[in-house]
Write a protein that binds this ligand. Structure first.
Ligand code: CS2
Length: 482
């Protein structure tokens, strides 16, 4: 896609960048790897790697070794660029910055020895993940021993497939070498991400039958919870073109995101960790309140806009927010239905938080496709919406509005199944079968969905108030938006 006149972004061509494009303000060759990261997708590169890029100006010890778990990843794009890439901040002000914090890019299937060598190095103090909900291989809160990657990793622990297998084997080797453990940080948008990460690794250690390992991990390894936030639409050709035109060099894998950036980390990193607070991360003892507010308000509203918006014929968040009925609906749902389920904490003021989120959704400089948000619904719905519903029911509050995203998701699944479009979801096959057999009546269709235990617990699926609210919304979604 580079035009003949356009050179590729590399360390050697940085001089050709247009004025105003920021570049790494440190000597990349003098940096050391201090972090191993699994899952170097767009979110990681726009978020954590951006914070680390700022940190490297004052402390060269924290460059990132990125480990890619699943081909086709970004190797073909990033390796020729010596792992440089552009973050396009698309907001009221547009900014372009070349990020240099990724010092290595390794492939889990090919560079196993090099990844393990990094994992046992004493100077590597953090191992971080952005592998999405499904990457944790959990069933509920426990490691899913039937998961194919878990089965594989238990049979072949030295050539793992899952991030959990990698981290567990990394810890085994570190312990064998007498090296203190790394801090294991989930940077995924999942409730209690640190607890889930810990539970998955502990589950793997237990299934390996190594009791000493289990107690060493339980006693020595820190798994802080985190809240991560920055709206990061997937990279597409339009972005590549925009970046090339704006910066003057071709980047085959730029990242686009809004200007807003937040990283809240449980304050248990210990004395050897990088000073992330010095570059804008917040360290707190109450991540949970931030995490829950973010996931229920921002992501709950996002998923609602995605399913209801796609059904209404919209394609992007901005377009869905331009639909006054939808925008009004999500605002009411956030204020009247979600907020009462949240616990406050210092520094978190719900009304201004909601206003900021709604404003961020309206960002005209960013096109965030609803299909991207609609992906992995079976994984996202439980903690984005169903947790809120469970709390509202327990408090005796109405769930009329909260039933809408659930019914909209079901309607969306049915539509995609009938139109033969495969879902992007680990349960795609199950859901396609559910959807194909639906007839558009809640009496027939709802039980088909509610039987999917990975999404709906038996308690919720048999709760009469839940079944009747979702059933009513499913029969006439439109009437529920007012
Ligand atoms: C979005 C999130 O794709 C999605 O499901 O809701 O990725 C959202 O943009 C981020 O969590 C914002 O921090």
């Amino acid at each position: 896609m580079p035009t003949p006149k356009q050179a590729r972004l590399t360390p050697q061509t940085l001089g050709a960048l247009r004025a105003g494009v920021e570049t790494p303000a440190y000597d990349r060759s003098a940096t050391q790897v201090g972090i191993v990261h699994f899952g170097p997708g767009a979110f990681h590169r726009g978020h954590q790697a951006w914070y680390v890029d700022t940190l490297l100006k004052r402390d060269p010890r924290w460059a990132i070794c990125a480990a890619e778990l699943r081909p086709p990843g970004l190797a073909a794009a990033l390796i020729p660029q010596e792992r440089l890439y552009v973050v396009a901040e698309l907001d009221a002000q547009i900014r372009f910055r070349v990020i240099g914090s990724m010092k290595e890019y390794l492939l889990a299937s090919q560079d196993d020895d090099r990844i393990f060598a990094r994992l046992i190095q004493p100077q590597v103090k953090l191992v971080t993940l952005t592998i999405t909900e499904k990457g944790y291989c959990l069933a509920g809160d426990e490691l899913d021993l039937q998961h194919p990657d878990v089965i594989h990793d238990l049979a072949h622990p030295t050539t793992p497939r899952s991030a959990i297998g990698w981290v567990t084997e990394g810890l085994v080797r570190r312990r064998a070498e007498g090296v203190a453990p790394f801090v294991a940080i989930s940077c995924d948008n999942v409730v209690g991400n640190g607890h889930k990460f810990r539970s998955a690794v502990m589950g793997m250690a237990k299934a390996r039958g190594d009791k000493d390992l289990e107690s060493w991990i339980a006693g020595e390894v820190r798994f802080p919870c985190t809240m991560v936030d920055s709206i990061t639409p997937a990279t597409d050709d339009a972005l590549k073109q925009k970046v090339a035109e704006s910066v003057g060099l071709y980047d085959d894998s730029p990242v686009q995101r809004e200007a807003f950036l937040q990283w809240v980390i449980e304050d248990i990193l210990g004395p050897d960790a990088p000073d992330l607070a010095s570059v804008g991360a917040s360290l707190t003892n109450d991540v949970e309140a931030y995490e829950q507010a973010k996931i229920r308000l921002l992501n709950g509203a996002h998923s609602t806009l995605a399913y209801a918006g796609l059904l209404a014929g919209h394609t992007s968040v901005g377009e869905a927010m331009g639909d006054a009925r939808l925008a009004g609906f999500v605002a009411r749902m956030m204020r009247e239905d979600i907020t009462p389920t949240l616990r406050g904490t210092r520094g978190l003021e719900f009304e201004s938080y909601i206003n900021d989120i709604l404003q961020r959704f309206r960002n005209p400089a960013l096109t965030h496709r609803l299909y991207q948000i609609a992906s992995d619904g079976s994984q996202k719905l439980p903690y984005r919406i169903l947790g809120t519903i469970i709390d509202a029911l327990a408090a005796g509050r109405p769930i009329r509005r909260l039933a809408v995203p659930v019914a909209a998701w079901m309607t969306f699944v049915v539509r995609e199944a009938k139109e033969g479009r495969p879902l992007n979801d680990p349960l795609a096959k199950v859901l396609a079968d559910v959807g194909k057999g639906c007839v558009g009546k809640s009496g027939t269709d709802l039980p088909r969905f509610l039987a999917v235990r990975d999404v709906f617990s038996a308690d919720l699926a048999t709760e009469p108030k839940f079944v009747s609210a979702v059933g009513a919304a499913y029969e006439g979604l439109d009437a529920f938006l007012d």
